[in-house]
Unconditional design. Sequence first.
Length: 196
Amino acid sequence: MRRLSYCPETSAGDWFTHSGASPGQLITFGPAGFPAYARLRFIRDPVGPGESEAGVAVPDGHPSELEQTRRALRLLGAFTSTPQECYFCLWDGYSDAPLPPPARHGPLLELPHRAYALFRGSLDDIDVWAAELGSGGNIAPPAFVWPADRRWCLASDVDPHWAGIGAEQAAVEALVGDQGLDVVPAHPADDQPNYY
């Protein structure tokens, strides 16, 4: 039995389009209006012009993007009153996690330049993300995760080498202070480091 349930009613995502965030900010950091923002770096930022993502030496045992996202979400769980009611988005363009049958024909959450299948579950359901929506192997993290009380939002777009997080200042400080993650404070309106 699936733990993540597809939501054919996408109104839980309406706050994205009503937040006033630019399209670029929306898909990389989530809605505008959070007191603080950060970037969860899956790999280090580029150190010089023209450096490619493929040229970054990743040490053996480096956690996958999904593993890093899980750890960040576990920390963020302390900053919501609704950990049992969270939303997860699957981008319709992932090749390693195609949309499940109900979502292929149902409504998607439409944002500028992207469309997502919306799922509902508990925050702990990040642990079954790959098993339920991929082949069980390593797949991309959810494009978005947020609790029903909207206290924070994690955005992981397909293009950047990082995930954006909007939350209260204490949540961002907890993420930055975690020794198992590479998180830095960020300002969504600023140009962000990138490899493309």
